[in-house]
Design a protein around this ligand. Structure first.
Ligand code: PEP
Ligand code: MN
Length: 390
């Protein structure tokens, strides 16, 4: 790493960083980071630039961004599970592009979505909370919940294996993404491309900053500022128009269409009220961002029997509200960001199979948030295609 970049990275990551694991011995992360930095990057700058050209088309209103996969990927994901996610993503993309005649850019929550921000430090059993396979083990057992930096090497290996699967045949057009949460994992994978002298994340094509780590003076936004990759920021209902404008100006300083994706996750009940002022304020900066709708994270609730769930109707309603807002303002509703699986799980209520509260116990397999099953995902793709074509 050239010294001028090292200094800028150190300054960015020296800012307050929310949601970092309480490593038992921070000294142990150093040899792991050193090892990670010797490995070839998981994605190449050329691939990242290819995705940037596609997100530019989305920002200009000429294409649609379809992003999704598990809430939390796990290291033990089977080949069938990964193929199911990738195949479902491509089937959804085909439904949307078939109905609209516009290209769809498929991006997976794949090959790196292993770290989770959590609201509480302990879970319902009083154990340290599960923070994703990148940090600790999901099983409710005290020893496994101790954050272990060696898991960052296992994550890299799991991501590589997933990418090997995606790089063959029909999956080769899928780009990868995850939340850039764990900075000790991201930093050693940074690389400067001699071709253009810019800094690239080597861990995924597209990275986003989550709702819980987007404070403007924090390390995550400062990290994203340094990257040449396309980056996203999740915006919850508490986002102010001034904050949204600040993200646009700092994360897209040169006014490059599609450099920044703003991912609204307001909830079906709030999207029509909160989103318009954000869209108008960002448009006033002159930036052409991608506006994307995450209709999952603002619609989470706990079922009578204690399952974290979402209702398919709320998900559809938020997507509809997102389209209504953009249609009214004359801006481009650029895409959706979803949690789904190709498996026939029962984690979200309603939809074509009419999953009920009692059905949730049947196949609830997510280690974090509830995902649309394959039928619900395909039905949502059809509804979204109709909204775009309208
Ligand atoms: C997520 O995408 O899994 C997530 C935690 O989202 P958010 O940051 O929007 O809450
Ligand atoms: Mn989630």
């Amino acid at each position: 790493m050239p010294p001028e970049w090292s200094e800028r990275i150190t300054a960015a990551l020296g800012r307050p960083a929310a949601q970092q694991p309480p490593w038992p011995d921070p000294g142990q992360t150093r040899p792991v980071s050193a090892f990670l930095s010797t490995l070839p990057p998981l994605v190449t700058p050329e691939e990242v630039r290819a995705l940037r050209r596609q997100t530019e088309l989305v920002a200009r209103g000429e294409a649609f961004l379809l992003q999704g996969g598990d809430c939390a990927e796990t290291f033990d994901a089977t080949r069938e599970h990964l193929v199911g996610t990738a195949a479902t993503l491509l089937r959804m993309a085909a439904v949307v592009s078939g109905a609209t005649g516009k290209p769809v850019v498929p991006v997976g929550r794949l090959a790196g979505q292993y770290a989770k921000p959590r609201s509480d430090a302990v879970d319902g059993l009083g154990l340290p909370v599960y923070r994703g396979d990148l940090v600790n083990a999901a099983a409710p057992e005290p020893y496994g919940r101790v954050p272990d930096p060696v898991r960052m090497v296992e994550a890299h290996r799991a991501a590589r294996a997933t990418l090997d699967l995606l790089r063959i045949g029909r999956f080769a057009g899928i780009h990868t993404s995850h939340e850039a949460l764990l900075l000790d994992y991201e930093r050693p994978q940074l690389t400067v491309d001699p071709a253009d002298g810019r800094l690239y994340a080597g861990s995924a094509h597209f990275l986003w900053i989550g709702e819980r780590t987007r404070r403007p003076d924090g390390a995550h936004i400062a990290f994203a500022e340094l990257l040449a990759n396309p980056v996203g920021v999740k915006l919850g209902p508490g986002t102010t128009p001034a904050e949204a404008a600040e993200y646009a100006e700092r994360l897209d300083p040169h006014g490059e269409p599609g450099r920044l994706t703003l991912i609204s996750r307001m909830g079906a009940a709030r999207v029509r009220e909160v989103l318009p002022a954000l869209v108008e304020r960002v448009a006033a900066t002159g930036r052409q961002v991608v506006w994307q709708c995450d209709p999952m994270h603002g619609n989470t609730r706990v079922s009578a029997l204690g399952y974290k769930t979402r209702h398919f109707d709320d998900v559809v309603d938020e997507v509809e509200g997102f389209f209504e807002v953009h249609r009214a303002l004359g801006t481009h509703p650029g895409g959706v960001h979803l949690e789904f699986t190709g498996d026939r799980v029962t984690e979200c209520l309603g939809g074509p199979g009419e999953v009920t509260e009692t059905d949730l116990a049947g196949r609830y397999e997510s280690t974090c948030d509830p995902r649309l099953n394959v039928e619900q995902a395909m039905a949502l793709a059809q509804r979204t295609a109709r909204l775009i074509a309208r």
